[in-house]
Design a protein around this ligand. Sequence first.
Ligand SMILES: Cc1cc2nc3c(=O)[nH]c(=O)nc-3n(C[C@H](O)[C@H](O)[C@H](O)COP(=O)(O)OP(=O)(O)OC[C@H]3O[C@@H](n4cnc5c(N)ncnc54)[C@H](O)[C@@H]3O)c2cc1C
Length: 418
Amino acid sequence: MNRRESDVLVLGGGAIGLACALYLLRAGRSVTVLDRGQVGAATSHGNCGTITPSHALPLAAPGVLAQALRWVFNKDAPLRIAPRPDFALFEWLLQFARRCNATQCRRVTAIKAPLLIQARAELETLVRNAKLDCEFQAQGTMNVYRDARAFEHSRQMALLPAEFGLPVEVLDGAACRAREPALNDSIVGGYFHAGDAQLRPERYCAELARAVAALGGEISESTTISGLRTASGNVESVVTDRGEFSGRDIVFALGSWSPLLARQLDLRIPIQPGKGYSITYTRPARCPRIPLTLKERAVCVTAWESGYRLGSTMEFSGYDATLNRTRLDALKRGAAEYLHESEGPQMIEEWYGWRPMTYDDLPILGRTASLQNVVLATGHGMLGITMSAITGKLIAELVCDAPSSLDMAPFSPSRFDI
Ligand SMILES: Cc1cc2nc3c(=O)[nH]c(=O)nc-3n(C[C@H](O)[C@H](O)[C@H](O)COP(=O)(O)OP(=O)(O)OC[C@H]3O[C@@H](n4cnc5c(N)ncnc54)[C@H](O)[C@@H]3O)c2cc1C
């Protein structure tokens, strides 16, 4: 059979795979990206598009698991674990639970903060240099509260990222409303993160794909990877429904699907799909200017010139591909509590996506121990858009044996014995 070859084969064309492809092309490598659908059409499509170094705190924070367990039977809770017999999920949750304490939370924040600070800077540089037309705006984000006790209680954790170089401004209710007049009078306080930004993720992915093609990268869409052939400690070829492909290096950027294909290589990648939803509208008349997180309901609100989106919720329900009406409605109900006008005049799209969640809330970046030419670029969890450009840069440095811009040890697959 005719096998197509390039220097690097990138498996998966989400924001991560596309960014890796772009930086590798810039470093002079020939690159082919394989995706079973359209590139950028999976998790990288309908997410909230916020660029948030402020999210340096891991999901595994003190009290989170206890709260999730209290919510097990609450079908519209912001964080939900759907109980079912699934050993991989059980193992993942056990590891997650071990990390729900102040010491681990601080340790992970200290690792994530420098990565996210570089991620934010690199993304803006990429958008500007490659002229990516994706509605990038750098005007910060704001987390707001309606419950005075919850606001007070949040203070210690909310200020932790500031210790690691991520400034946080504490605001009372009036100051929140002054900064964002779309908020209603129920707001009692919040935190403003001046270093955050936003973009429209589906446009960003389309623009990344355009830039990849412009540099001579090949993008093979509607190409489902079904198998991986190995020989002498390498992946020799990748089998798809459009024939076989090979590359000197193989970048695994399959997001939540990474563990499924990796099983064929005896690689146990500890990623669970963390399901979230979004609803996209045309812009309401009193449209927020700043991306918001409505904290008690964990709803994220992002507006662009081209539209308006409510998103979020986190559900561990395996690879469940249904659009859950209760959880979509919870976004609308949540937003209505905080905003003068919580929905746009016309609904454009209801969507779900699977965040590739690691239990330590750090991405998996690096070569595997058992297969020399396999490079993992996955596990970006809640921050894959934010970390896309820096991932592309770091993976290109690794593949090209260039000095790394960041200490890669905390992100190495070896921490999971992969
Ligand atoms: C509701 C929600 C809100 C979010 N908000 C934000 C946010 O505001 N900011 C932020 O930074 N992040 C956010 N995220 C997280 C972000 O969306 C993800 O981290 C990111 O999209 C992951 O990108 P990826 O490229 O790894 O995965 P994906 O975009 O899922 O790409 C993986 C690709 O692999 C392909 N693939 C899988 N299996 C195969 C196969 N067998 N053969 C061929 N191709 C295959 C898929 O088709 C897909 O295109 C949010 C996520 C959700 C769900």
